[in-house]
Design a protein around this ligand. Structure first.
Ligand SMILES: *Cc1c(COP(=O)(O)O)cnc(C)c1O
Length: 241
C-alpha cells in the first residue's frame, strides 16, 4: 500500500517536471491510472490518494471490479476504457464507461452508440459516451498495436460525430514497440499532426491520449492531454502477486 502511494507521487513528479520542461500547465494533462489486473481495493486506495480517473482494458474484469467499489468511490471516478472492445461487448461497456478511448472501426462506433442510447434510456448513464479514436502509429512492419490507420481517421471521425449518443473528443495511440526515443517522439508528432487535421473539422475534439509508464515525458513534450499509466503506479502484474 505504501508502494502505491510512493509510485503515484513519483509519477506525479515526473508529470510536473515534464510539464515545466515543456512549458505546459500541469492542469492541462490528465493522468489516467490504468488499474487493469489490479483489484477494487487498489482502486479504492488510489481514490483515497486523490486519483479521479481510472483506465480499464477488459470488459469482464472492469464491470465486476467497478461493481465492487463503494458507491461514494465509484461515483467520484471517471472510467476510461482503453482496451480493444469486441463489438458484442459494446453494449456492456457503454453502461459503465464514461469514455471509450479505443474506437478503431465504424462498426464498433455504431454498436457503442446503440449501447449508450440504451443505457441513457435505462437511466444507467446521463451523458453521451465520450470517445477517442485509436490510431495505429506503426509504419510498415511496426504496425500492430491496434487502431485505425491514419488514412481511415477522417471517415471514422465523421461516423462518431454523427452518432447521436457519442461525443467525439479526440485521438488516442500506443507508441509502436521497439522504437528508440527519437522514433517514439516522431510517432507522437505524427499523432499531433493527425489531431490538428481532425480539429479543423471537429474543433472540440481536443484530446490526445498518448504516453504510458515508459514514455510519458515524450508524450507531454509532444502535446498529449491524457496519459495512461499502469505499471509505474501499480507495479507489474507479476510483482503484485
Ligand atoms: C495497460 C495499458 C496502458 C498502461 O501501460 P503501462 O505501460 O503499464 O503504463 C496504457 N494504455 C493501454 C491501451 C493499455 O492497455
Amino acid at each position: 500500500m505504501v508502494g502505491l502511494e510512493q509510485n503515484l507521487s513519483q509519477v506525479r513528479d515526473r508529470i510536473r517536471t515534464a510539464c515545466s520542461g515543456a512549458g505546459r500547465d500541469v492542469d492541462d494533462v490528465t493522468l489516467v491510472a490504468v488499474t487493469k489486473f489490479f483489484p477494487a481495493s487498489d482502486v479504492e486506495h488510489l481514490a483515497g490518494l486523490g486519483v479521479r480517473v481510472v483506465g480499464e482494458s477488459r470488459d469482464q474484469e472492469a464491470g465486476a471490479k467497478l461493481a465492487e467499489l463503494a458507491p461514494e468511490v465509484r461515483s467520484a471516478l471517471t472510467v476510461h476504457f482503453v482496451g480493444q472492445v469486441q463489438t458484442n461487448k459494446a453494449n456492456h461497456v457503454a453502461r459503465y464507461a464514461d469514455v471509450v478511448q479505443s474506437v478503431d472501426r465504424a462498426k464498433l462506433a455504431r454498436a457503442l452508440d446503440r449501447g449508450a442510447a440504451q443505457a441513457l434510456e435505462a437511466g444507467e448513464r446521463h451523458t453521451p459516451l465520450a470517445v477517442t479514436i485509436q490510431v495505429e502509429l506503426g509504419e510498415g512492419a511496426d504496425r500492430g498495436r491496434g487502431g485505425a490507420l491514419p488514412e481511415e481517421v477522417p471517415a471514422l471521425a465523421e461516423v462518431v460525430a454523427d452518432a447521436e449518443h457519442l461525443d467525439l473528443r479526440g485521438l488516442m495511440a500506443v507508441a509502436p514497440l521497439g522504437l528508440d526515443e527519437a522514433g517514439t517522439a516522431a510517432a507522437f508528432d505524427r499523432l499531433m499532426a493527425l489531431s490538428a487535421t481532425m480539429r479543423s473539422d471537429h474543433p472540440d475534439a481536443m484530446w490526445v491520449s498518448a504516453g504510458m509508464s515508459g514514455d510519458l515525458e515524450l508524450a507531454i513534450r509532444a502535446g498529449a492531454t491524457h496519459l495512461r499509466v499502469g505499471t509505474a503506479i501499480l507495479g507489474s502484474r507479476a510483482s503484485h502477486r
